[in-house]
Design a protein around this ligand. Structure first.
Ligand SMILES: [Mn+2]
Length: 303
């Protein structure tokens, strides 16, 4: 990625996809950790587009709550898709700050629409403790932040799958760091055809070799790779500020290596950083981790 390119930051402060409150404060916390100035120090031009409008949960009706906020999440994701598509059309790099992971339906739909116009394929690397491939019938909770990857593959609520007609290609989609999958979700994951690398795979092969394989899948026949990074993919020892911590996750260095290697492909088109929950953070430790990870994805090296 050449440093003449402009980074455009968009905040998506929604926690409507989750039961646990607080990830809506993620964008503010990441900005307070000096995101813009630190990216600028790496030589990029940065435009911060601010935050999307997201309705306050308390202002929404009980019927909306019963549907797990499907209506407002659709509006948020549609608006976000329009924005990330525009950023891509301008030749710039979208960095989406969540918010819970449901916002990736918006960011990635926009990127897919851009790729559709260019008749090109997109590769995706999704880092997460969870697989996020639940559907309304498989999900125990109905919470939409457990469904975004399924939606982008074309499975689930029509209100969400219809945001982009172009879908992810499973053979170009890699899921990394998973360690907590719902019973029904395991079947969907196996049948989906996406490439997945569990924490056990990382234990056995090491992160370097897992990332080489993941990048190979995401690169094969594609002209760009998007990284969707759920902060709960990292072990809660290093990033406690998430809504749904699961122990046994990526070390800090494994997380950095992941983004350093994606950067080195020179195919990175955009990033999501989601599920940071400042309510559970300790002295902004996790927010600082998020900023450092973004810098690794943009080519910061140790020496
Ligand atoms: Mn997730």
């Amino acid at each position: 990625m050449d440093r003449q390119r402009t980074i455009e930051i968009i905040g998506a402060p929604s926690d409507l996809g989750a039961n646990i409150r607080g990830s809506n404060m993620g964008p503010a916390s990441i900005r307070i950790a000096h995101l813009k100035s630190k990216i600028e120090q790496q030589g990029f031009k940065v435009v911060d587009l601010g935050d999307l409008h997201v309705p306050i949960r308390e202002s929404l009706m009980d019927e909306v709550k019963k549907e797990c906020y499907l209506g407002p999440i659709r509006e948020i994701c549609k608006n976000l898709a329009t924005i990330t598509e525009g950023i891509m059309d301008r030749g710039n790099i979208p960095i989406t700050l969540g918010g819970d992971h449901s916002v990736a339906i918006g960011s990635i739909s926009g990127i897919l629409r851009h790729f559709e116009k260019k008749k090109q394929e997109l590769g995706l690397i999704w880092i997460d403790a969870h697989a996020d491939v639940n559907t309304p019938t498989s999900s125990p909770s109905g919470n939409i932040h457990g469904m975004p990857l399924a939606v982008l593959l074309g499975l689930g609520h029509d209100e969400l799958t219809s945001i982009t007609s172009k879908k992810l290609r499973p053979q170009n989609t890699a899921l990394i760091g998973i360690r907590n999958i719902d019973v029904e979700e395991k079947r969907i994951l196996r049948e989906s055809g996406i490439k997945f690398f569990t924490m056990r795979d990382i234990d056995e092969k090491g992160m370097f070799s897992v990332m080489r394989e993941a990048i190979e899948h995401a690169s094969n026949g594609t002209s760009g790779i998007h990284a969707s990074f759920d902060i709960d993919g990292i072990d809660p020892r290093y990033a406690p500020g998430v809504s749904t911590p699961v122990s046994g996750g990526l070390t800090l260095r494994e997380a950095h290596l992941c983004l350093e290697m994606i950067y080195e492909t020179k195919k990175l088109v955009g990033m999501d950083l989601v599920e940071l929950n400042p309510v559970n953070d300790i002295n902004a430790q996790s927010a600082n981790v998020v900023v450092d990870l973004i810098l690794s994805g943009l080519g910061k090296s140790i020496v």
